[in-house]
Design a protein around this ligand. Structure first.
Ligand SMILES: Nc1ncnc2c1ncn2[C@@H]1O[C@H](COP(=O)(O)OP(=O)(O)OP(=O)(O)O)[C@@H](O)[C@H]1O
Ligand SMILES: O=C(O)C1=C[C@@H](O)[C@@H](O)[C@H](O)C1
Ligand SMILES: [Mg+2]
Length: 175
């Protein structure tokens, strides 16, 4: 069973903070996007090109099911909450789900130039803000804790998660 799951829009810092949490807890990190790429043997833009977003979401659900069954830190992809089945898996998992939240314009600045995020690449700021608004309730629906990441560093966000959840005790309970 995963120890903590990170959700939030593209650029919120899920991968970055997942890496820091994994270092601190000595747990392995599964980054859902990286697992999808490793399992498929293809980059995310190539998966989108070949099987579209629908095909990508199917791979994502499969990767989510497998990852939730392991004792790891789990950083998800920004769109994981768009699928009802994924929201159900996240709501029913017995571990904390942390929503990393930030203003859409801040996140857009972090990811807009990145060719590896096909959805962000095709959006202007207004489109990205609309996407953020469409997804906001979904992140709230699946999460147990919200942390703002606009005006803070990844280290500070990691410390905040640590102050709320005692991973040592959690791991003893799970082992
Ligand atoms: N708190 C922060 N302050 C400033 N920059 C940050 C912060 N967190 C992450 N970043 C930067 O934002 C960029 C995106 O971060 P990251 O890849 O961790 O986002 P993500 O939530 O995993 O996105 P995705 O959903 O696309 O996987 C990186 O360049 C990272 O260094
Ligand atoms: O927000 C999204 O829909 C996405 C976010 C990324 O993490 C990747 O999972 C992919 O680029 C789709
Ligand atoms: Mg990521």
């Amino acid at each position: 069973m995963a120890s903590v799951v990170l959700v939030g829009l593209m650029g919120a810092g899920k991968t970055t903070i997942g890496q820091l949490l994994a270092q601190k807890t000595q747990l392995d990190l599964i980054d859902l996007d990286q697992k999808i790429v490793a399992d498929a043997g293809k980059r995310i833009p190539d998966i989108f090109e070949e099987v579209g977003e629908i095909g990508f979401r199917q791979l994502e659900t499969q990767a989510l099911r497998e990852s939730l069954a392991q004792n790891v830190i789990l950083s998800t992809g920004g769109g994981v909450v768009t699928q009802a089945v994924n929201r159900m898996l996240l709501k029913n998992c017995a571990v904390p789900v942390v929503y990393l939240q930030a203003d859409a314009s801040v996140l857009y600045r972090r990811v807009c130039g990145d060719n590896n995020r096909p959805i962000a690449k095709n959006l202007n700021l207004q489109g990205f803000q609309d996407l953020a608004q469409k997804r906001a309730d979904f992140y709230e629906e699946v999460s147990d804790l919200t942390i703002k990441t606009d005006d803070t560093t990844p280290d500070m966000v990691t410390a905040q998660i640590f102050s709320v959840y005692n991973f040592g005790e959690m791991n003893q309970l799970l082992s």
